[in-house]
Design a protein around this ligand. Structure first.
Ligand SMILES: NC(=O)C1=CN([C@@H]2O[C@H](COP(=O)(O)OP(=O)(O)OC[C@H]3O[C@@H](n4cnc5c(N)ncnc54)[C@H](O)[C@@H]3O)[C@@H](O)[C@H]2O)C=CC1
Ligand SMILES: O=C(O)[C@@H]1CCC=N1
Length: 267
């Protein structure tokens, strides 16, 4: 039997990680979840065969506690589990903005905490996860977090000072791509394309571009230049994107996401 893992607050991200960990070969008996709503617990038990327990029971029994509630709910959850967390538990937080020191201050002295920022492509084993150690977490704890996360995507270690930036870049990143896809499909509609056809064209272009980015080893500038023929169609579009300040908008948008992350720990 491996380490017992509990996912506390199994919502969208918690369920995505649960399903990934099961796909990676862990048995349902090695996992437990907690939920706020009873129906949600019933659904997760039926769907994955995992045990549904209270936060206190999870804190008492599991070796690794994965906190996946919203940042705004973290203070209350930590207050609930504090009396039940014995020494030796590993606490992994998935929450945006919440620092390891925020968690350490609300748990018994010495509990190792690892902060993680992942993203929704966990669901298809293509997550980007970044991990940072709190002040009581060492190599063994980072390794345990990496073992959990590497079957569902890529994992990078980063200093905690860059966690809010990573949240803005890769945590929220999928949303920006979906937003662009939506806008491109609208453009197809504007040009008289049937919606289903526009969606198919845009999705396949996105997938093709993503795989080339990942697998060719080429810099994105070179890949974009290869599409941009002199006097051609692409440069006409790029001129408009530049005229509307899309690059500056992206810089400011991601900076705003980073700043919002910093605010979240303040409640
Ligand atoms: N959705 C996303 O793309 C990403 C989210 N995150 C982070 O993951 C965390 C969870 O986000 P989502 O899964 O999107 O939110 P969610 O709202 O789907 O899931 C949170 C769950 O926690 C439950 N909950 C709240 N308080 C509880 C308590 N005391 N005990 C038991 N359950 C409790 C809620 O009922 C809810 O089901 C957040 O901290 C967020 O910052 C991180 C990366 C990406
Ligand atoms: O929007 C949010 O707050 C969460 C964190 C990263 C992605 N979604």
């Amino acid at each position: 039997m491996g380490r017992l893992i509990a996912i506390l607050g199994a919502g969208k991200m918690g369920e995505a990680l649960l399903s990934g960990v099961l796909r990676a070969g862990r048995r349902p008996s090695e996992l437990m979840v907690t939920t706020r709503r009873e129906e949600r617990g019933v659904l997760l038990r039926e769907r994955y065969g995992v045990e549904v327990v209270t936060n206190a029971e999870a804190a008492k029994t599991a070796d690794t506690l994965i906190l996946s509630v919203k940042p705004q709910d973290m203070d209350a959850l930590l207050g609930e589990i504090r009396p039940h967390v014995p020494p030796g538990r590993l606490v992994i937080s998935m929450a945006a903005g919440i620092t390891t020191s925020f968690i350490e201050q609300r748990l018994p002295e010495g509990v190792p905490v690892v902060r993680v920022m992942s993203n929704t492509p966990v669901l298809v084993d293509q997550a980007m996860s970044v991990v940072s150690a709190g002040s009581h977490a060492g190599e063994e704890h980072l390794k345990l977090a990496e073992e959990l996360l590497s079957p569902v995507g890529k994992v990078l270690r980063i200093p905690e000072s860059l966690q809010d930036a990573a949240t803005a870049l890769s945590g929220s990143g999928p949303a920006y791509f979906y937003f662009l896809v939506e806008a491109m499909v609208d453009a197809g509609i504007l040009l008289g394309m049937p919606r289903a056809a526009a969606l198919e064209m845009v999705i396949q272009s996105a997938v093709g571009a993503a795989i080339m980015l990942r697998d060719s080893g080429e810099h994105p500038v070179l890949l974009r230049e290869a599409v941009t023929s002199p006097g051609g169609t692409t440069i006409a579009a790029i001129r408009e994107l530049e005229r509307h300040g899309v690059r500056a908008a992206v810089l400011e948008a991601i900076e705003a996401a980073r700043d919002r992350g910093r605010e979240l720990a303040e409640g």
